[in-house]
Design a binder for this molecule. Structure first.
Ligand SMILES: [Zn+2]
Ligand SMILES: [Zn+2]
Length: 296
């Protein structure tokens, strides 16, 4: 199968300038590994943060930086974003980016030495078919883990110490994508990096997932519904989670816990449907066509 490639073909050739590369896990306790891990994690945190700023910044500019009539989306937020709330969301998202970077750096260093199930070459029809299937598997795995840990963090015993930070945004903005307490960020950070040691996935699929996850986090908190309303009633809207679904969770706390798919919410009876628009999208008054105006 396309993903069953020799470990020598996995990842770039390791050539750290001063610290010897760790071989598998045998050097984990060494100081050289710790320093390489710290450097890699710091660089990765900057990459994660840059990705967050680009995607969330684009959403903010396109949704709130233009007259509402020109935005091709339905507004769910009842008021404009508050500056103090946005700064809080950005501060906590920056902290989460640093936390996400640690398991990411462990995977990167292991991948550099051929120690993960991340592969680089695809061959044959089965190899190509496996790529979307592996992406779907990772999304389903993440979604399932998120749903149940999310519900657990809503238990009174855990809520204050883990999840309250995220819910401080009653009306979240795109900046709230990674706005988590460090405990919550740590709980959510390890699963997919750990999966890359066991479940084969192409390096391009890893990049796709990283961008897609950030996009979903931003879009679901943006306060605007991007899907056309007809699509919300179609299978795509009935099974995928968008801002209309997650907005309800930020309003009532007790339903709509999912991340990508509505499957678990529907199965467990926690899906109460979608948020209503804050206001009907303003209709442009019908303009007479140029030809009609000229004929007058
Ligand atoms: Zn949220
Ligand atoms: Zn919650």
């Amino acid at each position: 199968m396309g993903f069953a490639v020799a470990s020598s073909t996995l990842g770039p050739t390791p050539s750290p300038p001063c610290a010897p590369a760790p071989e598998g896990w045998s050097h984990v306790p060494s100081l050289a590994y710790a320093s390489e891990l710290a450097t890699t994690a710091a660089l990765l945190a900057l990459v994660i943060l840059a990705r967050y700023f680009v995607i969330a910044g684009a959403f903010m500019a396109l949704l709130w930086g233009r007259p509402e009539a020109k935005v091709g989306a339905v507004r769910l937020a009842k008021r404009r974003p508050d500056r103090r709330e946005m700064l809080h969301e950005i501060r906590m998202s920056a902290l989460s980016s640093a936390i996400y970077a640690v398991p990411g750096a462990i995977v990167y260093l292991a991948w550099s030495n051929g120690g993960t199930a991340i592969y680089s070459e695809i061959s044959g029809i089965w190899g190509w078919l496996y790529v979307p299937l592996s992406i779907l598997f990772y999304l389903l795995l993440h979604d399932t883990y998120f749903y149940w840990t999310h519900r657990a963090m809503h238990l009174p015993a855990l809520f204050r110490s883990t999840h309250l930070t995220h819910h401080s945004s009653r009306q979240p903005t795109a900046w709230a994508a990674f706005c988590f307490h460090p405990w919550e960020a740590a709980i959510s950070a390890w699963l997919l990096p750990a999966a890359t040691f066991f479940v084969p996935i192409h390096q391009g699929a890893v990049l796709f997932l990283l961008v897609f996850m950030t996009y979903c986090g931003v879009a679901n908190h943006a306060g605007w519904e991007l899907l056309p309303r007809a699509w919300l009633k179609a299978p795509i809207g009935r099974w995928l989670i968008t801002a209309s679904h997650h907005n309800v969770h930020h309003t009532n706390y007790r339903t709509n816990f999912g991340l990508y798919f509505r499957f678990w919410d529907r199965l467990m009876g926690t899906d109460v449907g979608l948020a209503e628009p804050a206001a009907e999208p303003r209709r442009q008054p019908a303009q007479p066509s140029r030809r009609a105006a000229a004929a007058r």
